[in-house]
Design a protein around this ligand. Sequence first.
Ligand code: GAR
Length: 194
Amino acid sequence: MKNIAIFASGSGTNAENIIRYFINNETVNVAVVLSNNQKVGVHARVNKLGVPSYVFTRDEFVEGTPVINKLAEYKVDFIVLAGFMNKISEALLKAFPNRIINIHPALLPKHGGKGMFGMHVHKAVVAAGEKETGITIHYINEEYDEGAVIFQAQCEVSPEDTPEDVATKIHTLEYAHFPHVIEEVIKKNIKKLK
Ligand code: GAR
């Protein structure tokens, strides 16, 4: 059994969807959720499903040690960022090489980089008059949204779509694909994950 930690900063609908997918799974267990914000919806959502959640300050995420200690406590093998808005520290990258993946709500390299998260991305997609957008699941490296791409899926953007409409389409794609991709990546790497 491999333990994953989910990092989330907001409402946590992806975190909930991932946890529900892996209930009774033979390979993957969602052990813990970490956040940089106590006031967001993710805590109630995941606690209701029996998964504990913890809050660390921005400085603690940047320095890394308290976060790494908490992950060790839960014997975490793999980290999934699901709507996590802080940069990942070098210390954490070193502790989890090729073991941190993120979902971005656009087709990277388009509409990525610093400040591009959540509704900011969907507004940019509509403002650019894109005919399609989508999701990108990728490994994390030192630069925002630049790690190796694992998976992409597309959806159409119609001229009448508002950023909220785009957000709905993107969430639908995320719920359909993210858990499966997580499972595949972990199964592929299972021998390397101690
Ligand atoms: C998701 O759409 C995710 O792709 C996005 O935040 C949303 C979180 O929704 N992530 C980013 O923008 C990262 N740059 P949720 O809290 O309901 O899962």
